[in-house]
Design a protein around this ligand. Structure first.
Ligand SMILES: Cc1ncc(COP(=O)(O)O)c(C=O)c1O
Length: 392
């Protein structure tokens, strides 16, 4: 029997703050009452601030991020449409797979896992597409499986330079609400996220920001879609309602989450995540272990994937951390299984919580015989946090 609080450091679901838990702990209300539109309208308006869009339309669907992927594609594309997708980790892979299952033709640009999307290769693929048959580029902003952040602005620049009309669809599941995200400025046509990471909620809602251009595409696209429809959702939302019973408790939680994030200010939220992440990276450096991310420019501020030395199985480290120390770490996915463990550092965490996760990681690594000196990572993180503590 383990005592004390569980240390949840997987890269989603993240810790749900007590404020949000309390906001959700409410009796049900009538989602068709005349008082309900106030909630819908305030959520949709604040989501625009979260996505940083003036022109775009936001959607709230009952699903995890995967359902939002599906909504993005099935609403805006027609059967057999061609899309271009860099693939450099498990989530970019799963989005490709989902697009193929929906009947789209996916041109995959494979990169080594640990790299980001290659703007050169995207440029070349768009350049070759003289007839503009590529309808959309699918980009995972923050690849949660490898701890890699790709520049969305960089991909938008390539589309502009090539003067290619393909839409830009961005998966912001592990970036929106934690990292910088600027939908309008970056010319994102559909932005997708879930609520169980930066938004600090239990899983269960898929959120989308959709540009006017993508809304126009949705009006003529012919892919079958039924539950995740932009048109019926937009029509009901315009009156302040949902076309089917909304996930009320999650909406109450989302209301609280957006209040918290916008009150803190998205720039401060971003800085806080950068600081938490840097402490983790200092610890990893002190351990002398390599990151999965191949270069500094790619380092993610929401998740760090750490390679264990050859001959060791990261799965054993993760299991020992869980069973002995009440700490949940993320595992290596797909080809990285056994090779990496991941520390999620998004949402409602602080310096001492992260230091605890680093301590537990060290203990579990030493338990399996990995040669790192006890306390080295914790000391590096502590000193970094102590000397960079924001003025009080
Ligand atoms: C970047 C990214 N995209 C998509 C998903 C899939 O989202 P969900 O598990 O909410 O369906 C995840 C889940 O971790 C993710 O990290």
């Amino acid at each position: 029997m383990l005592h004390g609080k569980h240390f949840l450091f997987v890269p989603g679901p993240s810790n749900v703050p007590d404020r949000i838990l309390r906001a959700m702990d409410r009796p049900m209300i009538d989602p068709r009452s005349s008082a309900f539109p106030e909630l819908t309208t305030s959520l949709l308006s604040d989501l625009k601030q979260l996505f940083r869009t003036d022109q775009g339309q936001c959607f709230i669907f009952p699903s995890s991020g995967t359902g939002a992927w599906e909504a993005a594609l099935s609403n805006t594309l027609s059967p057999g449409d061609r899309v271009l997708a860099p693939r450099f980790g498990m989530f970019s892979h799963l989005w490709v797979q989902l697009a193929e299952r929906l009947g789209f033709h996916v041109d995959v640009l494979d990169e080594p896992w640990g790299d980001g999307a290659s703007t050169e290769r995207i440029a070349e693929a768009l350049h070759q597409d003289k007839d503009h048959t590529i309808k959309a580029v699918l980009l995972v902003h923050n690849e949660t499986s490898t701890g890699v952040t790709t520049s969305v602005a960089g991909v938008r620049d390539v589309l502009n330079e090539q003067d290619h009309p393909a839409m830009l669809f961005v998966d912001g599941v592990s970036s929106i609400g934690s990292l910088e995200f600027a939908m309008d400025e970056w010319g994102v046509d559909v932005a997708v996220t879930g609520i169980q990471k930066g938004l600090m909620l239990p899983p269960g809602l898929g959120l989308l920001g959709v540009s006017p251009r993508a809304m126009t595409a949705a009006a003529s696209a012919t892919s079958p879609r039924a539950y995740f429809r932009f048109d019926t959702m937009a029509e009901s939302n315009a009156a302040g309602y949902f076309p089917y019973t909304p996930a009320l408790s999650l909406l109450f939680g989302l209301r609280e989450s957006l209040t918290m994030l916008l009150h803190e200010g998205l720039e401060r939220v971003r800085e806080r995540h950068a600081r938490m992440a840097e402490g983790v990276r200092r610890a990893v450096k002190a351990w002398g272990l390599p990151l999965c991310a191949r270069s500094e420019a790619l380092y993610s501020d929401t998740v760090t994937a750490i390679r264990v030395p050859g001959g060791f199985d990261a799965r054993t480290v993760i299991d020992l951390a869980f069973r002995r120390y009440n700490l949940s770490l993320g595992g290596g996915l797909g080809e990285l299984a056994g090779e990496v463990f991941r520390i999620g550092h998004m949402g409602d965490i602080n310096e001492l919580m992260v230091s605890g996760a680093i301590a537990g990681s060290e203990m579990a690594m030493r338990d399996v015989g990995i040669q790192i000196s006890a306390g080295s990572g914790v000391a590096a993180a502590m000193e970094y946090y102590r000397t960079t503590s924001p003025a009080t």
